[in-house]
Design a binder for this molecule. Structure first.
Ligand SMILES: Cc1cc2nc3c(=O)[nH]c(=O)nc-3n(C[C@H](O)[C@H](O)[C@H](O)COP(=O)(O)OP(=O)(O)OC[C@H]3O[C@@H](n4cnc5c(N)ncnc54)[C@H](O)[C@@H]3O)c2cc1C
Length: 590
């Protein structure tokens, strides 16, 4: 789908310069992608947004009917094989769909529980019989799905689950336990349940609500997402047929992790769509609301907010599309089976975690500023700003908290480096030599091209990653996993690097279409601000690993490596804000 000659491996973008050609971006959407986007947009506008209040009154029959409509429109089995009713489309198609469903956060959660957390694990790990039995009815929306991993005592530490499964003489299973906070829990028909066989072997089961001993507890009273069902799932001597183990006994972690690898990418994409929608609300409100005799959009303080909202959204959108392209490139030419897909998701688990963390935190930033731009109206229920704000908060908590995802990002990179899959260690050593002998020319010669300065800054971010990562591995060794603050700062640098490079490469490619100036401004602004964050994060991380003269030497190396470029950020924000206000929203992906 994209134009790479050979597929990249996850994390390899840290080691060389990317090129605009290799990136999938919104500007490269095919007619098929645009059709999926339009179908979803029309469905959400016409059928979901007008009934949000009814969904919030917990009208689950309506929720089910909307799932059914998604099935009619082909939105539930985008990546599923055609033989089971799916569309077998690329991940970019799934991306454009979830981005657009996200406008209705409650229903997006219902949708995610079905398409990402129930259909997907069946596609990845189901046997032919299991797929034939469940997928057609889940993909048509006749059945609703859910995914029950968490328990009251085991959320982040999911493998500590207490739910037990005991094999019976006839090969069937009896499950006992209580799952917690399960999306679609109040009305799901099919639930992927994780339990420990004999209290030991973590295993996934396909459980129907209709099985004896399966029920749901009371609806949770939540801060947001009032139109999404969240309940415990109670398993009291629940009888599960022999054929309903998903994957292998004792290999439930594979089902759980691979589902979440994709779920995180998808959640990041949903957050991007939510940010775009909120920028539209904010820009329209700012244009219409008058104070001191003029629209508030005319004030510099409001332009600052709108410009920043656009630039951050642009970066996170760019990295989400890039990740979809990376996964699709990886899948191109491989067998279209569940195992190949699971391998591709695992390959890009770092990028998926980046999308999840960056997407959810950008969305919260955008929605907070949206409330602020709405003033008092942002705090009352007559306007959607307060609902968006409440609904979004959970994105930083579910699908692995952002703390856990931050720890995973450098953890996975280091594991790959140690296994020799990603030559980060040798690259870090080369960088050390380069810093000690500054006469050695840099490996990359970047020609004077659009955004050449930003391209150079992004290259310097990669060196900062190597400097901090190399120092962490050298000074902390195996103890590095205990230094969560260092790992979290490192994750922040990796996130900003991927986002900044994705934005810069996309803006370099967007050389036509009349929006070049906006693309460039968004990338320049993001890279500039990211440089300040990268600098601060690197200083903090290094200070946790060294002191005295060693720390001074490391900070001097940081100064030599990191090369920020001065730009007029106020002018850039104004340009983006004025474009958003004039056009009534985010204009870089329409
Ligand atoms: C609305 C909603 C819908 C949900 N839907 C589902 C669903 O469909 N299926 C499902 O299985 N689950 C679901 N969940 C559960 C969700 O996945 C968990 O809440 C989440 O994984 C966090 O677990 P926890 O709540 O136990 O928090 P904890 O794990 O107790 O974490 C509390 C805090 O400690 C931090 N922390 C924990 N461990 C570490 C560590 N090792 N290092 C550093 N910090 C750490 C966390 O980051 C967090 O800040 C849902 C939750 C909500 C609120």
């Amino acid at each position: 789908m994209t134009t790479t000659s050979s597929a990249r491996i996850g994390g390899s973008w840290l080691l060389d310069e990317g090129t605009p050609d290799e990136l999938f971006t919104p500007e490269k959407m095919t007619d098929e992608h645009r059709l999926m986007a339009q179908t979803t947009d029309e469905f959400v506008s016409a059928e979901v947004m007008p009934v949000l209040d009814r969904l919030e009154q917990k009208d689950w029959a309506l929720n089910r009917a909307l799932v059914r409509r998604c099935g009619d429109l082909g939105l539930l089995g985008l990546s599923a094989p055609e033989e089971y009713g799916g569309l077998d489309l690329d991940k970019a198609s799934a991306l454009v769909v979830v981005e657009r469903i996200a406008r209705s956060a409650s229903f997006a959660t219902t949708y995610g529980g079905q398409a990402n957390l129930c259909v997907l694990p069946l596609v990845l790990f189901g046997t032919t019989e299991q797929k034939a039995q469940y997928l057609p009815r889940l993909i048509s929306g006749e059945m609703v799905g859910a995914y029950a991993l968490s328990e009251s005592g085991s959320g982040s530490d999911a493998m500590a689950a207490k739910t037990r499964a005991v094999k019976q003489g006839d090969g069937s299973w009896v499950l006992n336990g209580e799952k917690m906070w399960i999306s679609n829990g109040g009305f799901a028909d099919v639930i992927i349940v994780f339990a420990k066989v004999d209290g030991e072997h973590f295993t996934a089961f396909i459980v129907e609500r209709a099985f004896p001993g399966v029920s749901s507890g009371k609806e949770e009273h939540k801060m947001g997402l009032h139109g999404s069902s969240t309940t415990p799932i109670l398993l009291q001597d629940a009888r599960v047929p022999a054929g309903n183990v998903l994957g292998d006994v004792g290999k439930g972690h594979k089902v759980a992790l691979n589902t979440l690898n994709y779920g995180r990418f998808s959640l990041g994409a949903m957050c991007t769509g939510g940010s775009r929608a909120a920028i539209g609300d904010a820009a329209r409100y700012a244009a219409a609301r008058r104070q001191f005799g003029q629209p508030i959009a005319a004030f510099g303080a409001i332009k600052h907010k709108l410009g920043e909202m656009v630039a951050r959204t642009y970066a996170v959108e760019s990295l989400a599309y890039r990740t979809a392209g990376l996964i699709d490139d990886r899948l191109a030419g491989t067998a279209k089976d569940g195992a190949s897909m699971a391998r591709a998701f695992e390959e890009f688990a770092v990028e998926a975690s980046i999308a999840k963390v960056a997407g959810s935190e950008t969305l919260d930033y955008v929605l907070d500023e949206n409330v602020q731009i709405h003033g008092g109206n942002g705090f009352v229920t007559d306007y959607s700003a307060e609902r968006y704000y409440r609904d979004a908060r959970v994105n930083r908590i579910f699908e692995g908290t952002n703390e856990i995802n931050r720890l995973l990002i450098p953890g996975m990179l280091m594991r790959r480096a140690l296994k020799g899959e990603l030559p980060l260690i040798s690259a870090a050593r080369r960088l050390q030599d380069e810093i000690l002998t500054p006469s050695v020319p840099g490996s990359a010669v970047i020609e004077r091209a659009p955004l050449a300065d930003e391209t150079r800054v992004v290259a310097s971010f990669k060196k900062v990653v190597l400097l901090v990562l190399g120092t962490a591995m050298q000074t902390l060794g195996e103890k590095v996993s205990e230094e969560q603050e260092v790992l979290s700062y490192l994750a922040d640098i990796v996130i900003d690097t991927f986002a900044a490079e994705s934005a810069t490469l996309r803006a370099r490619a967007a050389a036509s279409g009349g929006l070049e100036a906006q693309h460039r401004a968004a990338a320049q602004l993001f890279v500039h601000d990211a440089a300040q964050r990268v600098d601060a994060a690197a200083k903090n991380a290094l200070s946790g690993m060294a002191d005295g003269d060693t720390l001074r030497t490391l900070l001097a190396a940081l100064r030599r490596v990191l090369k920020p470029v001065p730009v007029n950020t106020i002018a850039l924000r104004r340009l983006l804000a004025e474009a958003a206000t004039a056009r009534g929203g985010y204009i870089l992906n329409v």
